[in-house]
Design a protein around this ligand. Sequence first.
Ligand code: S3P
Length: 441
Amino acid sequence: MSATGSNTPHRALRSGGSLQGRVQVPGDKSISHRSLLFGAIAEGTTRIEGLLPAEDPISTAACLRLMGVSISPIEAGAIVTVEGVGLDGLKEPEAILNCGNSGTTMRLMLGLLAGRDGRHFVLDGDASLRRRPMRRVGQPLASMGADVRGRDGGNLAPLAVQGRPLKGTVIGTPVASAQVKSALLLAALTAGSATTVIEPAQSRDHSERMLKAFGADLTVGGEMGRHISVNPGATLHGQSVVVPGDISSAAFWLVAGSLIPGADLTIENVGLNPTRTGILEVLDQMGAQIEVLNPRDVAGEPVGDLRVTQGTLRPFEFGEEIMPRLVDEVPILCVAACFCDGESRISGASELRVKETDRLAVMARQLQAMGADIDEREDGMTIRGGRPLKGTSLDSETDHRVAMSLAIAAMLAKGDSTLARSEAAAVSYPTFWDELERLRS
Ligand code: S3P
């Protein structure tokens, strides 16, 4: 059962204290999902070091196992092996594929399964996932000949996929979404002819990098890498994948380290893929003191250690252009805005309304409960920072990134807080609460 659905007691969040020391954030969630999925349809064994041992990748592995893929146990520190079944080797599952809380699992699975001719699949998830839009994947897949059905005209899970032969085509995606793009690239691998996906703006490019490394016939062209073409039929070969630490998890420490008096944190082994580093651009704009140490390349992804020390931050302003590079970091940036003097402005962020929760509404509601001065708009918010926040009863509303963002806000507030549904953090960062205690001084 998903941790986000359970009913555990409210967590006490103490105000005050500092954060010092070194921390290794868990493996990148996006790369973890992809290493399991691509390993499953490769020939031979894929060996994954640093796979994120959290609920979302565990959902992906559970779905793949139901289709005959052998995957070793996913545990902290374990090297995970995936015995690939080849491009068309997935078996029809006898049970529903439960994607839990994971949008990446459901959307990438749709692309993976749509072309499995003659096989039938049913995908479902938790209450949050059942509310999230799937037409953005089902519709372009339909232009390749896919048969995906669900509630609300195929938009909402539970979804049924009847595998059919797909044809290659040229698809312009309506949103810059790596999940949509990756689903289409997976479908393209076994289509009857070449497929080109054109994105409105470049989203994270882990799929492109990894599919090439696995042996797919994939080329990236156009302005800013926005046109991705796949020639079907190339055999994928099992790889050794090293998963870097997740910059989206590092973001909580980066903001905490910039704001909390006396903080000095070094976050080791963080993935610094340029399609993911918008958080560093914004923190730089705010005057944060962050140093990149030991920059290196690990298995095709740029990686470095990040040292952050506390300083005075300025308000920020950002919009649509940067959004694909920091979409998951907006909740913690809302917290940062509350603690710097002046007005910060977020626009072009309507995608946040269809994440695990409506993150604009939830962050505005929770921070307002602490006394923050926030105007919420359809595509963003304005936050007037600098007034002290007060500790209160908070709620993650089942969202992992909200839970961790509020933990940092609560440390900086005057007076203690409590957090309902704090266990949501386990979706992407199961050791977050232990690490917070360990780093606290
Ligand atoms: C992800 C892409 C992002 C992100 C999500 C993971 C991925 O979603 O919010 O947490 O692994 O492809 P979109 O690209 O759909 O916005």
